[in-house]
Structures are given as structure tokens and as C-alpha cells.
Design a protein around this ligand. Structure first.
Ligand code: CA
Length: 240
């Protein structure tokens, strides 16, 4: 995927089957200067993502034909495009927050256009920074080490005792941030701002879920973490 955030118009693919909402979102994003493509079911979404190679996808979960969970899973196999999933039902939220489907962020319906635009901008900004860091780091790749853990930052690759650990994109960013700042304690609010790139809105489940995911993959005993510590009532810190 090309980083065309600076030179070419940024393209956002909106996947939404409620046409009035789709129209409103498209109108507001166009007004912000984004190029907009739309899809109203899961099959169209996959086809449009492959055809237009958007810079960001806004993906509704409840969709005709192929649902948003499956669209997200399929897209993740072929691209790292930022995906913000849109969910309406509270029972979906835990699955979405767990981001087991590989989404980068989520919004719950109903949401304001202001909130939507703030999230989109934050995500695109993070993405641009990340790509800058990656291109600045290449060809001499940055490697972080902590015990038997090694992080190849440019390659987005983590190994533990030489064996590759499969991390989700946000788990990787969170781990890299914590290891770079090892020893420092960060609250969930600070992690949301620094790693997810948007202002804290009162929901720390995303952070907790990602910390748990990292512990399951990186800790000898995830119930007694020795690498990523929880400081009760304060936050988290990487020590291992
Ligand atoms: Ca829907």
C-alpha cells in the first residue's frame, strides 16, 4: 500500500448499508477534503478495497451478504490498511474491542460526525507517522531487545527466544512503545493518546484487552506477568 497522505488525495472507503447514514458520512468526509468511495454490502466492500486501495476503511459490522467481521478478516490477510469498525449492538463490542478480527479502532453507533472525523484524522496521522518512522529507520533497522525478546521495528517482527511471535498491529505498536519507554509507568489514558492517537474518551477496555493479548503471547505465566506489570490504580509498565 502506498503512503500518499501528503501528495495525493487521501481515499476513504465507507462501508455502510444504511443509505442515509452512508450519505451523511460521505458528505462530511468529502467536505474535509477526502476522496470517498462507498460500498453497501460485504462483497462490494472487498471488491472496492482491492480496486481503490483506500488509505482507510470505515467498516460497518452488520452488513448484507458478508458481514463486517469477515470482511475485516479477509482484508487483513492482504493489507495493513487502517480499519475503523462501526458497531451498533453492545454484544458486538467485546469482539470488536478484542480486535480479534484485526481492526485498528472502533466506533459505536450512534456517533457524531465530529467524533468520526476526529478518529479518522487521528488514525491517518498515526499511519503517516508510522510510515515516516519506518522509512526513516530503513535501511539500518532499529532493533529493541529485552531479555529473550527482540523487536525488529522496521520489519514489524517480534521474536521470543528466536521464535516468531504473531502480534496484531496495535499489540505491536503498544509493545514497541512500552519497551522504548521501559521502566516508565503509563496510565491507560496516556496509552490511548500515545499509541492509539486520540484523546481519552473514558473507555480503557481497548488497552486492557491489548495488554492481556501481549501477556498471553509474551509472559511465561500470563496470570503473573513479569514483563508488563500492572500498577494498581496507576497503569502499566514494561520491566522485563
Ligand atoms: Ca448495518
Amino acid at each position: 500500500m502506498q503512503n500518499n497522505a501528503t501528495m495525493l488525495p487521501t481515499t476513504i472507503l465507507i462501508v455502510e448499508d444504511e443509505t442515509s447514514l452512508l450519505t451523511t458520512i460521505a458528505y462530511n468526509l468529502r467536505r474535509e477534503g477526502y476522496q470517498v468511495q462507498t460500498a453497501t454490502d460485504g462483497e462490494q466492500a472487498l471488491a472496492a478495497a482491492r480496486q481503490y486501495r483506500p488509505d482507510l476503511i470505515l467498516l460497518d459490522i452488520m452488513l448484507p451478504k458478508v458481514d463486517g467481521f469477515e470482511v475485516c478478516r479477509q482484508l487483513r490477510r492482504e493489507s495493513t490498511v487502517p480499519i475503523i469498525v462501526v458497531t451498533a449492538r453492545s454484544e458486538e463490542i467485546d469482539r470488536v474491542v478484542g480486535l480479534e478480527i484485526g481492526a485498528d479502532d472502533y466506533l459505536t453507533k450512534p456517533f457524531s460526525m465530529r467524533e468520526l472525523i476526529a478518529r479518522v484524522k487521528a488514525m491517518l496521522r498515526r499511519r503517516a507517522l508510522l510510515l515516516q518512522e519506518v522509512s526513516a529507520a530503513a535501511p539500518d533497522t532499529e532493533r529493541l531487545r529485552a531479555g529473550d525478546l527482540e523487536i525488529d521495528v522496521a520489519a514489524h517482527r517480534v521474536t521470543r527466544a528466536g521464535a516468531e511471535v504473531a502480534l496484531k498491529p496495535k499489540e505491536f505498536e503498544l509493545l514497541t512503545f512500552l519497551v522504548r519507554n521501559r521502566g516508565h509507568i503509563f496510565s491507560a489514558e496516556q496509552l490511548i493518546e500515545r499509541v492509539w492517537g486520540y484523546a481519552y474518551t473514558g473507555d480503557t477496555r481497548t488497552v486492557a484487552v491489548h495488554i492481556r493479548g501481549l501477556r498471553e503471547k509474551l509472559e511465561h505465566d500470563p496470570s503473573r506477568p513479569a514483563r508488563i506489570e500492572t500498577i494498581r490504580g496507576v497503569g502499566y509498565r514494561f520491566v522485563g
